[in-house]
Design a protein around this ligand. Structure first.
Ligand code: F6P
Length: 486
């Protein structure tokens, strides 16, 4: 439990994070009053040291409809909670963010919906975040804005505060121009982003796509990774480059090394009846994650007996965006398919799929990763996919195999994975069989290479590289990945 207290300080922060979510969850305190508990996300782990050193502020939404929680301190971090009305949750969060931008930016796997009312809510809520940032930032402060929910904030903030240095990082893919061009407000979005000094993307291809959107939708000229914009006060150069995000690899490896976690992992295998093969999928229940494709491949392998006797797939699908239509439909489809596989291939005392529509703490996740012989990460499109990196970080024993979609950012980095195209069911089946039958020496060689990459490129390095580049440090700049030639 965190120690929280309301804060009345007037703001003068030299470092400000602006993200759609606060790094805390609302919980019930000991006296029955609402309290806050720090959520152990990678972003807060990475930024916490910078926040503490700079006495920074984190601006975000609590995740519930209702009045703004306002400014408060939680575990020594200065947080500023903004409020969204019930209508704004519908139109901004569920609507424009998650039924327009999310499917559009993920290769239109689901059809994006374009509604003017949703766009208006997006503008209104982005203005609220920009206003809060302008109020918190000290003269000359660094402000780091995160993700697709807040793409208009950089421009809105610059209009009020041209003294601050603004960075923006997009955690999800940035689509190719032919797809992005569908957005009726494409020009406003590009102009919103160009309020920043530095734009970070997961992959080089995302930065390249953004630079193309600058040329095509705003008519700007780009040179290498920079765009020049003319503004009333003169012209300004903006850099767009790739900074692949990562995880707290050391912290997770330490959790996986704990006796209680290793014991729990053995318990999991025991509870499953000590199967010959345990496969694992861990995802938010989202149509971008390729869960149905994975289940189809697995179901056919079980039917054909290609995974040996009584294999088990544990599929953790954490609840997400449950009021958005496409997510409800997906849940129904996944549950039908799980039921079908278990119905057709299960027996009394044996279910081929263990489906868990729940979220778990980090310790339980680490135990699951340790229990899995083969990890299945098969998104149809994913900005990075941190689950793949988490699996690797937990495998201190250098065992286990990773089957990874080539349509994830992680595929650029994890060369030891068995890469798959999740649309190619036969190819995916073969890759799963190969992963399950890899000899110990080859498995170790693959895992070692992936662990080295994740250890050396952790989330702290990601944050340092982005912030260093934003502050003009030439060494940090060299770590940024330039966009592809287009
Ligand atoms: O990385 C994509 C992202 O949308 C984050 O911005 C977000 O915190 C996470 O996925 C979970 O989504 P949501 O905030 O909609 O629950």
């Amino acid at each position: 439990m965190s120690s929280t207290r309301e804060s009345t300080e007037s703001a003068d922060r030299s470092f400000v994070v602006v993200a759609s979510r606060l790094p805390v969850d609302r919980v019930e305190g000991p006296d029955g009053h609402p309290d806050w508990q720090t959520s152990p996300g990678g972003l807060v782990t990475a930024l916490e040291p910078v926040m503490r050193e700079a006495g920074g502020a984190w601006i975000g939404w609590s995740g519930d409809a209702g009045p703004a929680p306002g400014a408060f301190e939680a575990d020594g971090l200065h947080l500023v909670g903004l409020g969204l009305s019930e209508n704004e949750v519908r139109h901004f969060y569920e609507g424009f963010c998650n039924a327009t931008l999310w499917p559009l930016y993920h290769d239109v796997i689901a059809p994006p919906q374009f509604h003017r009312r949703w766009w208006e809510a997006y503008v209104t809520v982005n203005r609220r975040f920009a206003q809060a940032a302008a109020e918190q930032a000290a003269p000359g402060a660094t402000v780091w804005v995160h993700d697709y929910q807040l793409q208009l904030v950089p421009r809105m903030l610059r209009e009020q505060r041209d003294d601050v240095r603004i960075g923006f990082f997009n955690h999800i893919p940035f689509p190719g121009y032919e797809i992005f061009a569908q957005l009726p407000w494409r020009r406003q979005v590009v102009e919103g982003l160009l309020g920043a000094d530095l734009l970070g993307f997961q992959r080089r291809a995302d930065a390249t796509n953004f630079l193309r959107a600058c040329r095509r939708s705003v008519g700007l000229t780009t040179r290498g990774s920079t765009v020049r914009v003319r503004e009333p006060g003169g012209s300004r150069e903006i850099q767009a480059a790739a900074f692949p995000i990562s995880i707290d690899a050391k912290g997770l490896a330490e959790i996986a090394r704990r006796d209680d976690v290793r014991k729990r992992s053995a318990q999991i295998r025991e509870a499953l009846g000590e199967p010959g093969l345990v496969l694992l999928g861990v995802d938010r229940l989202d149509y971008t994650k390729g869960i149905l494709h994975r289940l189809r491949a697995y179901g056919e392998l079980v039917a054909a007996g290609r995974l040996g006797p009584r294999p088990v797939l544990i599929q953790v699908a954490s609840p997400s965006r449950e009021r958005v239509e496409a997510y409800r439909t997906l849940r129904d489809e996944v549950e039908v398919m799980v039921g079908r596989i278990n119905g057709e291939h299960g027996e009394v005392g044996y279910a081929p799929v263990h489906y868990l529509h729940q979220s778990y703490p980090r310790e339980e996740m680490a135990a699951l990763y340790l229990a899995a012989d083969v990890m299945l990460v098969t998104p149809l499109r994913d900005g990075m996919n941190l689950v793949a990196k988490e699996y690797v970080a937990c495998r201190n024993d250098e065992n286990g195999a990773l089957v990874l979609s080539e349509f994830t950012g992680a595929a650029d980095e994890l060369a030891g994975a068995f890469l798959v195209n999740p649309h190619d069911i036969e190819g995916m089946k073969d890759a799963i069989v190969r992963a399950a039958n890899t000899g110990p020496a080859e498995a170790r060689r693959r895992m070692r290479a992936m662990r080295k990459r994740v250890r050396e490129h952790d989330v702290a390095r990601w944050a340092a590289s982005f912030l260093g580049t934003l502050s003009g440090d030439p060494v940090a700049d060299q770590q940024a990945w330039e966009p592809e030639a287009s």
